[in-house]
Design a protein around this ligand. Sequence first.
Ligand SMILES: Nc1ncnc2c1ncn2[C@@H]1O[C@H](COP(=O)(O)OP(=O)(O)OP(=O)(O)O)[C@@H](O)[C@H]1O
Ligand SMILES: [Mg+2]
Length: 222
Amino acid sequence: MKVLEVKNLNKSYFQGQLKTQVLKDISLGVNKGDFLGIVGPSGSGKTTLLYCLSSLENIDSGEIFLNGENISLFSDKKISNLRRGSLGFVFQFYNLIPNLTAYENILLANVIANEVNEEKIEELLKLVGMWEYKDYYPNQLSGGMQQRVAIARALVNNPEIIFADEPTGNLDQKKGAEIMNLLKRLNEEKQITIILVTHNDDYLKYCNKQINLIDGEFVDKE
Ligand SMILES: Nc1ncnc2c1ncn2[C@@H]1O[C@H](COP(=O)(O)OP(=O)(O)OP(=O)(O)O)[C@@H](O)[C@H]1O
Ligand SMILES: [Mg+2]
């Protein structure tokens, strides 16, 4: 079964009366363990697509199935629970809370999902190579380190899917490759499905599937 399936998704934004259709009749299927890369020019709708797939944005029409369940029909509360439990997010700007330590940032994500698993947090901080820095605040960490903490945070509630929106966008090439290797390892060792938005065609080598989004439409890339 597909872990994520999208049928005929349409999404517009309004600015006053002016309607801009950002996603045009998007259909796609993602299998468990896929590493899907989404590329495309700036403004083509990549971030919007991630937001729609994870129900952070409402859609105009279409259907989104998570493990066969039509989440477009879920209540807001059910979607929030789902998002906390099954979906993990990693953004371009690490989005860590500045007055919480690395450890506390992860703990908070865990608490929000009604769980406190200290062993798990330790395991994840070790996994991303940040255990020694657990008591550091974000501004005491490099960008790559903050991103590794953000990845540990995304993992703490055992997500099935990680959505990563240009997770290496603010990192130099070496740090970027480290983050990509970490995502690949999680994908291979833990079978976590990864949906990655990137500007960097080099990163498509980490992916087993790719989608090229141009002006809100999928375009086959040969
Ligand atoms: N909240 C919003 N309100 C109105 N328009 C929006 C909103 N968010 C995005 N848009 C518009 O939707 C289009 C797609 O934006 P989106 O952020 O999805 O692009 P993107 O492919 O992620 O670009 P980038 O590579 O620069 O991050 C753009 O034209 C943008 O102006
Ligand atoms: Mg974007």
